[in-house]
Design a protein around this ligand. Structure first.
Ligand code: COA
Length: 329
């Protein structure tokens, strides 16, 4: 038995921060940002009283509406996030409370930008084993809570947003999540993309705040090189393992970190950009949100047909990366 996606939903906050807005805060310019990253604007949640659980909760409510089911029917909620409202309780438990999914168990999964694919693959095992029939998988991040708006190398990249899916047993054989290859490399990843403060190694002190340790730090050039190789290699591996080619792939759904990384992945797959979803121009990198936001947009635009072959690929902090093959039900 395979697991299939039976509903999608997304939530982007209303606040828009354009490259021109950032020009007024930092020594940067619209042309530099667009040519190096493909980003023109990103969404930011301006209400300080709302955090990742709000973003993910809005997604969860829509998933129930779209599928026409009650919250009590949800058996498991997995939230992929690296910006939980707080270290504990998990954001998944807060989402459970928001929708009143009293019969579910719930937990967070942190694999940074690969969080959604890691969570989706984890959730699929619970469906395939017969343990559960309705699982919610949501990826969302309030990146503005950990972005240093005095650091032009990272402030331009990230935005807030969330999206998710409902996972259920596939109706017929050959549909649903058919393959996944997931990887991690802490040896090469641990020093290049991190937020060092606020955990058990460096709990919050005046010193950690002064040293700006509660913000993202990234060696962009190193991460870029690793991301290009890992995403392209994994996409090629997924194609080879599943006899996919440029003709029979309907959509490449890549993590939205940088338009140049997306293009390099498509090139390696021999895919024309008309088969690649990219919305980085409007949302930037929403971390665990990017891939399900793309899925939800394709679904809204009715661009997912029964039998469409989808390849999902991601890369993120850890390092973590992976690819997935879904035949749309
Ligand atoms: N505006 C203008 N100039 C900027 C700038 C900005 N926002 N940010 C950096 N620069 C400058 C740098 O200071 C550097 O100047 P120098 O040559 O005088 O030292 C120059 O631009 C080039 O910097 P570099 O970091 O080499 O640029 P880049 O082409 O690698 O692009 C990133 C930077 C961050 C866009 C790119 O490395 C990237 O996308 N990395 C991967 C990010 C990512 O995917 N992260 C999430 C993981 S999923």
């Amino acid at each position: 038995m395979k697991a299939a996606i039976t509903a999608t939903a997304k939530y982007l906050p209303d606040g828009v921060v354009t490259n021109h807005d950032l020009e007024r805060m930092l020594e940067t310019n619209d042309e530099w940002i667009r040519s190096r990253t493909g980003i023109s604007e990103r969404r930011i949640m301006k209400d300080p009283d709302k955090a990742s659980s709000f973003l993910c909760g809005e997604v969860a409510k829509q998933l129930l509406d779209k599928r026409g089911i009650s919250a009590e029917e949800i058996e498991l909620i997995i939230v992929a996030t690296m910006t939980p409202d707080m270290l504990f309780p998990s954001t998944a438990c807060l989402v459970q409370d928001i929708i009143g999914a009293t019969g579910a168990w719930a937990f967070d999964l942190n694999a940074a930008c690969s969080g959604f694919i890691f969570a989706l693959n984890t959730a699929a095992r619970f469906i395939e084993s017969g343990a559960h029939k309705k699982v919610m998988v949501i990826g969302g991040d309030k990146m503005s809570s950990i972005v240093d708006y005095t650091d032009r190398s990272t402030a331009i990249l990230f935005g807030d947003g969330a999206a998710g899916v409902l996972l259920e047993p596939a109706e017929s054989e050959g549909y649903g999540i058919l393959d996944a290859r997931l990887y991690s490399d802490g040896t090469n990843g641990k020093d290049h993309l991190l937020m060092s403060g606020g955990g058990s190694l460096h709990p919050a002190t005046h010193e950690t705040v002064e040293k700006r340790m509660h913000f993202i730090h990234q060696d962009g050039r190193q991460v870029f090189k690793s991301a290009v190789t890992a995403m392209a290699d994994t996409a090629a591996e997924i194609m080879q393992r599943n006899n996919l080619d440029a003709e029979n792939i309907a959509w490449l759904i890549p993590h939205q970190a940088n338009q140049r990384i997306i293009q390099a992945t498509a090139e390696r797959m021999g895919l024309g950009m008309e088969k690649v979803i990219s919305n980085i121009a409007h949302y930037g990198n929403t971390t665990a949100g990017t891939i399900p936001i793309c899925l939800a947009e394709l679904d809204e635009q009715r661009k997912l047909n029964r039998g469409s072959n989808l390849v999902l690929v991601s890369f993120g902090a850890g390092y973590t990366w992976g690819g997935m093959y879904i035949k749309w039900q």
